[in-house]
Write a protein of this length. Sequence first.
Length: 102
Amino acid sequence: MSRLAWIKAVFTALLLTFTPLAMVADTPADTTQQVSQLDINSADATTIAESLERIGMVKATEIVAYREMFGKFRSVDELIEVQGIGEATVEKNRHRIVIVNN
């Protein structure tokens, strides 16, 4: 092994030893649970779609439209009244949703 190859090998070993694994990994860090709770009475459709499971942009837009038409939600269970939202979806997201009536 030449001196240059040996120096490269030592440098690489040191770099791998002292570089945090998160900086080396190609995959992004775990970003689950970024939004712990969502105020369903003030969130826009994009935030709703990004924060709740089983809710895409179409359903999120329906939630906002329902809120604009009938006023603020009084309970999480009222989401069942929104077209396309069922009990299973509400239960899956219950812990993520808060109702703030300011």
